[in-house]
Design a protein around this ligand. Structure first.
Ligand code: SF4
Ligand code: SF4
Ligand code: SF4
Length: 348
């Protein structure tokens, strides 16, 4: 442990931790647009700068480790001015179309501009003018909105390990692109959308047709039902309709999803989906209550078992259930009903 001073108060901190980590632990909010706990520190956006006694320059909190007797100021006049200058530079070269931008209300740049009182850029000069890459089936890339935080590139290489995109060119014309700038559709992108999930601004956006603001939605934590990995996710629900999916951190997915979990949710709202059980009466399916359905199933199971024995029964379960649900289903058949006639439709 080391003893440090932050904003004139003394703290004990674990050696090896960064200033950002320590500040978060003790509840001091430091802005950042490029940091993600799962990724190597990048120090690209420079918003997390802090003042350290004895250092000539402001230091980035995300990449500077605490040291014995360090004296740190996280919100000094010099720090605030630097953050304001950075935001000013960012929005000078940013389309201020917040009224129609899908990301409005969930945009890191918008939030920090509000917090630091930056309404418009005070610089003039050349502005970015890139065509939008909408070649991917699931998301668009609008590099005019990119703030070059590098999160998409790093999540694709460090976590997803696909390496489909990179920062191409240098200086003012740097942008995120697929190799040889031939469009996302011609890259090895697997459309997992993890880059979309981490983008702090509206540069990478799902192509979904749903129109919503984040504050109009409620988040429902659930498990992806597409395969046995059991990724954790949060459904964005507006007016009882799923309008989007965000990855959540779980033991098997570390905040990542694949293309199915991230983008293939429209079946949930599909009008063909059954919403109540159906019971066949006189050759025709009729809507029934769950109580009626369970009673019918139980009666039939008991009747069949008594007449023909347990092995006259079989259970077929679904790839749309979680591992845990499938586990319970086989338990029901093996332990309670007493047969090993249990199978699954996918066997992935
Ligand atoms: S969608 Fe996935 S694979 Fe494609 S660029 Fe983004 S992170 Fe990489
Ligand atoms: S596209 Fe988004 S995530 Fe990628 S570098 Fe630009 S702002 Fe960052
Ligand atoms: S997001 Fe993809 S990998 Fe994860 S559980 Fe769903 S289908 Fe499986």
């Amino acid at each position: 442990m080391v003893t440090i001073t932050i904003n004139k108060k003394q703290y004990e901190a674990s050696e090896g931790k960064t200033i950002l980590e320590v500040c978060r632990e003790i509840g001091i909010e430091i802005p950042t647009l490029c940091h993600d706990d799962r990724l190597e520190p990048h120090a690209a956006c420079r918003l997390c700068v802090v003042e350290i006694e004895g250092r000539r320059n402001l230091m980035t909190a995300c990449s500077t480790k605490v040291e014995q007797s360090m004296v740190i100021e996280t919100h000094s006049e010099k720090v605030i001015k630097s953050r304001r200058d950075i935001l000013d530079l960012m929005i000078t070269n940013h389309p201020l179309d917040c009224l129609t931008c899908k990301k409005s209300g969930d945009c890191g740049l918008q939030n920090y501009c509000y917090e630091y009182g930056i309404a418009e850029g005070s610089f003039s000069g050349t502005r970015k003018d890139y065509p939008i890459d909408d070649s991917n089936h699931f998301y668009i890339s609008d590099q005019n909105k990119c703030i070059l935080c590098g999160k998409c590139v790093r999540v694709c290489s460090e976590l997803q390990e696909t390496n489909a995109i990179g920062l191409s060119d240098r200086g003012f014309i740097t942008k995120v692109a697929a190799p040889f700038d031939e469009g996302l559709i011609n890259s090895k992108c697997v459309s997992c959308g993890n880059c979309v999930s981490v983008c702090p601004v509206g540069a990478l956006e799902p192509k979904s047709k749903e129109r919503f603001r984040l504050w109009e939605t409620r988040k429902v934590r659930t498990t992806c039902s597409y395969c046995g990995v059991g990724c954790q996710m949060e459904l964005l629900v507006k007016d009882q309709k799923v309008v989007g999916v965000e990855p959540a951190k779980g033991p098997s997915n570390n905040g990542l999803l694949c293309v199915k979990g991230k983008f293939a949710y429209s079946f949930v709202n599909h009008h063909d989906r059954l919403k109540t059980p159906l019971i066949k009466r006189n050759g025709k399916f009729e809507e029934a209550t769950w109580e009626e359905a369970y009673k019918l199933i139980t009666d039939k199971i008991i009747e069949t078992k008594e007449e023909h024995g347990s092995d006259a029964l079989a259970g077929l379960t679904s790839a749309r259930c979680t591992n845990e649900e499938n586990y319970l289903f086989q338990k029901l058949f093996r332990a309670a009903i007493g047969t090993n006639n249990i199978d699954h439709c996918a066997r992935l």
